[in-house]
Design a protein around this ligand. Structure first.
Ligand code: BT5
Length: 324
């Protein structure tokens, strides 16, 4: 951190909430006004919110709400999920790190969380926008003893755990769009990416990537996401504690996962259906090779989407993008 930055922060500290003009700051810390603007821009990038008022100047209205590993550990009552926690400031993708940790025999329930991802990814090499201090970007390693075709069930299970945690903490009512989107009022608030390491039919590890938009404001979204994405802050009208939400997800995920290992997918399927939006509606499913248009009948006991086309033919869809 440069001396100028420290002086700037000291100036705001001394101002104690009062406005400081660019000119005044420049005099206080002995630099040009251009330098002041540059540092203010950088503070914003770090997650500070500065209010700028004409003829008065700047005021810091919010500091970045960083998550600390200690804060996450405090009050966490799970048996294994989140017990082995890796916390990073900036990574390319938490998925990539999780794959490496899984390969190195990290225990089940290991979690890697980052404040920012510079190459966060979605399915099929799409990008996932993961700006600093605003969202939850994490990957969880599970090692269930299940066969390969059952792996997608974990995506659905995770979606249920997240919907429940959001509802408990905020009172918002998110809905699930098969297979991996969580929406609020039709806009995407969460994406889930399930990847796995397997040898023939044996799963070594499943890596569940979770991206949740928590405290982004409208300006935090790039223009191509503005219409399709939202955050919990935007929907609720107040900031939401990322640490509390993470702990809620760990708790619900562990509960559902243990239920799943004991009783299979059926109890999860019932919960999932109660939160799903596409079922019973006419949808378009775009797979890698074709587009299927028809009515979404529901999911099979394995979690596969069933669509009935206009000729009454039922298609089983394992992976696709859905348009409602
Ligand atoms: C997903 O892919 O929705 C899975 C996203 C998983 C992200 C997590 S973050 C932690 C872990 N580490 C990673 O690198 N990834 C995982 P998909 O269904 O393919 O959707 C991707 C599409 O969502 C993009 O093409 C955009 O249109 C949109 N998108 C990108 N960033 C978004 C955001 N922050 N909020 C809402 N939509 C977004």
């Amino acid at each position: 951190q440069s001396q100028l930055r420290k002086d700037l922060l000291d100036a705001f500290t001394k101002a104690d909430g009062a406005y400081l003009s660019g000119q005044h700051i420049a005099e206080l810390i002995g630099c040009s006004r251009t330098a002041v603007w540059k540092h203010i821009g950088e503070l914003r990038k770090e997650g500070f919110e500065l209010e700028a008022v004409r003829r008065k100047g700047y005021r810091i209205v919010k500091t970045p709400e960083k998550i600390t590993a200690d804060e996450l550990r405090l009050g966490l009552t799970t048996k294994f999920i989140g017990k082995n926690l890796h916390y990073e400031e900036t990574v390319d993708s938490t998925q990539k790190i999780a794959h490496r940790l899984a390969y190195d025999d990290a225990p089940e329930g290991t979690v890697i969380i980052a404040e920012e991802q510079v190459s966060g990814r979605g399915r099929m090499a799409r990008r996932w926008h993961s700006p600093k201090y605003t969202g939850i970007w994490m990957s969880i390693i599970l090692r269930p003893n299940i066969s390969l075709p059952k792996a997608p069930q974990l995506t659905l299970l995770t979606a249920v755990a997240i919907v429940q945690a959001i509802e408990e903490l905020t009172g918002l009512l998110p809905e699930i769009k098969w297979p991996n989107d969580i929406l609020i009022k039709g806009k995407k608030v969460t994406g889930i990416l399930t990847e796995l390491e397997a040898e023939s039919d044996r799963i070594n590890s499943i890596i569940i990537g979770i991206g949740i938009n928590v405290n982004q404001t409208k300006e935090d979204f790039p223009s191509d996401l503005e219409q399709i994405a939202t955050s919990l802050l935007l929907e609720k009208g107040e900031t939401v504690s990322r640490a509390d939400l993470i702990k809620g997800i760990f708790t619900n995920l562990e509960k559902l996962y243990l239920l799943y290992l004991e009783e299979g997918f059926l109890p999860i399927k019932l919960l999932w259906e109660s939160y799903a939006i596409s079922i019973g509606k006419k949808i378009t499913a775009r797979t890698l090779t074709q587009s299927i248009i028809g009515k979404a009948l529901g999911i099979t006991d394995d979690g596969v989407l069933m669509i009935e086309d206009d000729h009454g033919k039922i298609h089983h869809v394992y992976s696709a993008d859905i348009e409602l």
